[in-house]
Design a protein around this ligand. Structure first.
Ligand SMILES: Cc1cc2nc3c(=O)[nH]c(=O)nc-3n(C[C@H](O)[C@H](O)[C@H](O)COP(=O)(O)OP(=O)(O)OC[C@H]3O[C@@H](n4cnc5c(N)ncnc54)[C@H](O)[C@@H]3O)c2cc1C
Length: 297
């Protein structure tokens, strides 16, 4: 990635060039390919992969967990000393074990993928709007266009229609800015993008990783980095737990709480920098987000 462009807090566009950036140049990921690569590496290192598999239930037994699975329509069961929930925002396992997942907001992403030559390949772009914010990412022959708003606000309903979405993008100046007039719609949809966390991220014999543990507003672009960090930290924590370190999983949970607190502080600061629509519900809610409960070191 070459640059991050933004119109935020000010009607003028600002550019942050990533050459020589202390955080590195950043990546525009083709997610299915990246996920396939990760799975291949895990398998080469000894992980057993079960595709088309759904969790049915988990119960504690004297020697560990018994997990019920639906594998391609057939019921299977397996045992394990430790369980890891990696099911994303759904937190399918953590919710059963820890109970609630609490969300900070109701953010959703209305997105569209367009094919056609790009004018700003290798960039991401963020533009604040009265009802939320726009996001554009361009590679050479494809663009991702998204609008982030709250699920219960009028924009979420209005922009659910592809034509209305494209008209709004045009009205926001994005069609011209990114040369999208002749681009062809390839796919579109809506996804949850809220911040949230499980009431407990770990217990004595289980833990959650990635979005299942804590999910982040994409404005901070922290989700994947934290999910990868979780993978490494969780592996070490499990290793120590199996070697009889009783505090290993609790320590992992504590580290994640610290990361979450730092994220909330950063997110609140980003939203505080945009003050042009103080009376619009989206921005009023962002400016009233609570400060993190855990102390940030
Ligand atoms: C619109 C949007 C934009 C984003 N932009 C960025 C960005 O710019 N930068 C960034 O770093 N992050 C971004 N993120 C966040 C990033 O996508 C996530 O943080 C990351 O995908 C988390 O990975 P994960 O593996 O924890 O969860 P996921 O990617 O959600 O994977 C969870 C997996 O669990 C499976 N699963 C769910 N339930 C079950 C079940 N019951 N049984 C079995 N399997 C199950 C799902 O099918 C899925 O394969 C964005 C997110 C959204 C929604």
């Amino acid at each position: 990635m070459n640059a991050k462009l933004s119109v935020w807090g000010d009607p003028d566009e600002a550019a942050r060039l990533l050459v020589g950036d202390i955080d590195g140049h950043g990546w525009l990921l083709e997610r299915p390919r990246f996920d396939r690569w990760l799975r291949d590496v895990a398998q080469r290192r000894g992980a057993a992969l079960a595709v088309a598999t759904r969790l049915l239930g988990a119960s504690r037994e004297s020697t560990g967990w018994r997990v019920g699975l639906d594998v391609d329509g057939r019921r299977r069961s397996l045992t394990s000393k430790i369980l890891i929930d990696a099911t994303g925002r759904r937190a399918a396992l953590g919710r059963r074990i820890a109970g609630r997942r609490t969300n900070d907001d109701r953010l959703i992403a209305r997105w569209m993928r367009l094919e056609g030559e790009s004018s700003e390949a290798g960039t991401t772009y963020v533009q604040a709007d009265a009802e939320g914010w726009w996001y554009v990412a361009q590679t050479r022959n494809a663009s991702t266009l998204a609008f982030f708003t709250d699920a219960d606000l009028p924009a979420a309903r209005r922009l659910a229609d592809d034509r209305a979405f494209l008209e709004a993008a045009h009205h926001a100046g994005l069609t011209r800015r990114f040369g999208l007039a002749t681009a062809v719609v390839n796919a579109s949809g809506t996804r949850a993008a809220h911040s949230g966390t499980l009431d407990a991220i770990s217990g004595t014999d289980w833990l959650a990783v990635g979005d299942a543990a804590a999910s982040f507003d994409p404005i901070g672009a922290r989700g994947l980095f934290t999910a990868l960090f979780c993978g490494l930290a969780a592996a070490e924590a499990c290793d120590r737990r199996l070697a009889a370190d009783a505090d290993a999983l609790a320590y992992y949970g504590h580290v994640l709480q610290t990361i979450l607190a730092a994220y909330r502080q950063e997110r609140n600061a980003i939203y505080a920098a945009e003050t042009r629509w103080p009376d619009m519900p989206f921005w009023r809610r962002r400016h009233a987000l609570p400060a993190p409960a855990t102390k940030v070191a």
